[in-house]
Design a protein around this ligand. Structure first.
Ligand code: 13P
Length: 256
């Protein structure tokens, strides 16, 4: 299985800034066949960057899209419009769930819409700080995983990536708020167990699981060596080109 390194720019960078970043990233990166690199800039940057990108080196991801393909949905962009422009879409990110009120029903329609449009969904799941404190992590992860995948057929389930992003570990500057490799290992094991019970062993073993939450070049190696982790979903550190390149190099080293 490849190692996935995905940079989520969130609401940062103008189209021009994203284009300059991509230009520099393409220059800095060799082609790594076993490390799949993707960046997720703002929706507005996706189309121009799709003309600039070298898909042998890296791919584009959407941060979000709407589940209906067309119609009276002012302000939305559909997965069908993004078809051919992006290879991946981040779906159900905690900021979408908590700031924009996306629930598992909405997330499951988006995952299905991505698959229908030949875009690989990166389904984000993870518990909040209080859910963890109340011992609800396993239930939350189970609900978000089973809920998010509910509209994907058994034939298409092997086209999904899951990202475990504990909400409390996102954008953290304090060491106490970083997920430990052991905490990550425990939840990743649980995700594979739920997948095995629901879809069988082969699907569970082959599904890529990424980790996200304040990943930087100092802790990337530790997270990438957690059993069952197949890659990283990176916010803040992906905005700093050298940092992002360092993490990609670490991923390459961990593989070899
Ligand atoms: P940070 O790496 O900034 O914590 O963000 C993680 C994240 O939410 C990626 O989707």
């Amino acid at each position: 299985m490849k190692t996935y390194i995905v940079g989520n720019f969130k609401l940062n960078f103008t189209v021009g800034e994203a284009s300059i970043y991509l230009h520099k990233l393409l220059k800095a990166l060799p082609i790594y066949r076993d490390v799949e690199v993707a960046i997720a800039p703002s929706t507005i940057a996706l189309q121009p960057l799709s003309l600039q990108i070298d898909r042998h080196k890296m791919k584009l991801a959407a941060q979000n899209a709407f589940y209906r393909d067309y119609g009276a949905f002012t302000g939305e962009t559909s997965f069908s419009q993004l078809r051919g422009i992006v290879d991946y879409a981040i779906i159900g990110h905690s900021e979408r769930r908590h700031i924009f009120g996306e629930d598992d029903k909405c997330v499951q329609k988006k995952v299905a819409a991505a698959v229908r449009n030949r875009i690989t969904p990166i389904l984000c799941i993870g518990e909040t700080e209080s859910e963890r404190a109340f011992g609800e992590t396993a239930d939350v992860v189970r609900d978000q995983l089973i809920g998010g995948l509910a509209e994907v057929s058994d034939d298409e389930i092997d086209r999904v990536i899951v990202a475990y992003e504990p909400v409390w570990a996102i954008s953290s500057t304090k060491a106490a708020k970083l997920a430990t490799p052991d905490e990550v290992a425990e939840v990743v094991k649980l995700i594979r167990k739920i997948m095995k019970e629901t879809y069988g062993e082969e699907v569970a073993e082959k599904m890529p699981i990424l980790f996200g939450g304040s990943v930087n070049s100092s802790n990337a190696g530790a997270y990438l060596t957690v059993p069952g982790v197949n890659g990283l979903l990176i916010g803040g550190s992906s905005l700093i080109l050298n940092e992002f390149v360092d993490i990609i190099e670490i991923a390459k080293r961990v593989r070899s």
